[in-house]
Design a protein around this ligand. Structure first.
Ligand code: PMP
Length: 310
């Protein structure tokens, strides 16, 4: 299991700071009530030497929606948000390593939602370039909370408590990730990604109303599937369908399209499969090898790239 990286810098309070300086007060609501919302965005080196961040505007828009739902004010314009991410990534970039950034909006002042003041904090980490390894997937006994307890469309750390418990449970059974069911016992999503299954040649994923995040990667995969002539359906998925699915993958910004090699200990065959083709199309689109019109890339201005790319 990879350790959490400790990069040199983070963005906080409107400027770049050293990692050790980027701290929150123990009394703020961001800490004591986990009042924060966040995003995970990913950037890839492109064949022409540029560095492209995938669907940055869509991530900004989801952060705005999450902040509205949790009453955490967010005053950054898209341009402010983009500049903060560009500045930090520009400082941390290394040749030939991709990066993911975590912009988080913390409640740093206020009490029980009154007089809330927020701060945008950005951290960013390096990632290797290889395709994600196939995983063993289990089904957790922990459940995604319902829309009236903690809406899954809010991307907040609190929603990841259940995912954390599910991961701990999964490790006991040799599973790298776990499916979370919803309050009706149907498939919601995985701990930090959405779920795709193939039934009779159709790629299916549960709609957001089944307890999944409004995923940007699922939207990309849907567009790629259409281009490949593969049918794509957003519909409720029973737990038992996982066991009879032809193929399964998890899908999200960080895990991209990660193929599942076994579900609850039952092996799945992935060679030459539909999801493997989608995994490759995704890989090629975000890395600009075979660009796709749906996949928007925001390029880091070259003046901000401090790394020597040769
Ligand atoms: N569900 C959860 C719980 C997640 O953390 C993520 C990753 N952000 C996703 C789904 C997939 O969302 P996206 O494709 O926008 O990364």
């Amino acid at each position: 299991m990879a350790k959490l990286q400790k990069p040199k810098f983070a963005y906080m309070g409107g400027k770049i700071r050293s990692w050790d300086e980027a701290t929150l007060h123990v009394g703020c609501e961001g800490v004591i009530r986990c009042a924060h919302v966040f995003e995970g965005v990913k950037g890839y080196w492109q064949p022409d030497g540029k560095f492209g961040i995938v669907m940055l505007r869509q991530h900004y828009e989801r952060l705005c929606r999450s902040s509205r739902l949790l009453h955490i004010p967010f005053s950054h314009t898209y341009d402010d948000f983009k500049s903060a991410i560009y500045e930090l990534i520009g400082l941390l970039l290394e040749p030939d390593r991709d990066m993911w950034a975590r912009p988080t909006l913390f409640a740093i002042e206020g009490h029980w939602g009154e007089d809330t003041v927020s701060d945008l904090v950005v951290t960013a980490f390096h990632q290797d370039k290889q395709l994600p390894q196939s995983i063993n997937l289990g089904v957790s006994t922990w459940q995604r909370s319902s829309d009236v307890s903690l809406p899954s469309r809010v991307k907040t750390g609190t929603n990841y408590q259940v995912g954390r418990l599910a991961k701990i449970e999964g490790r006991r059974h040799g599973c790298q990730d776990m499916v979370l069911l919803n309050q009706w016992g149907r498939v919601a999503e995985a701990t930090g990604s959405c779920l795709l299954i193939v039934r009779e040649g159709v790629v299916c994923t549960p709609p957001v109303t089944e307890g999944a995040l409004e995923s940007i990667t699922v939207d990309i995969v849907e567009a790629l599937a259409h281009s490949l002539g593969v049918k794509f359906d957003r519909r409720p998925i029973d737990r038992s369908e996982l066991l009879v699915a032809e193929e399964i993958a998890t899908c999200g910004t960080l895990c991209e399209v990660t193929l599942v090699k076994s579900i609850e200990g039952i092996p799945l065959v992935n060679d030459g499969s539909i999801l493997e083709s989608l995994q490759n199309s995704y890989h090629q689109a975000v890395r600009g090898i075979v660009p796709h019109s749906f996949v928007e890339l925001s390029y880091l201005p070259s003046k901000l790239v401090s790394v020597k790319t040769g």
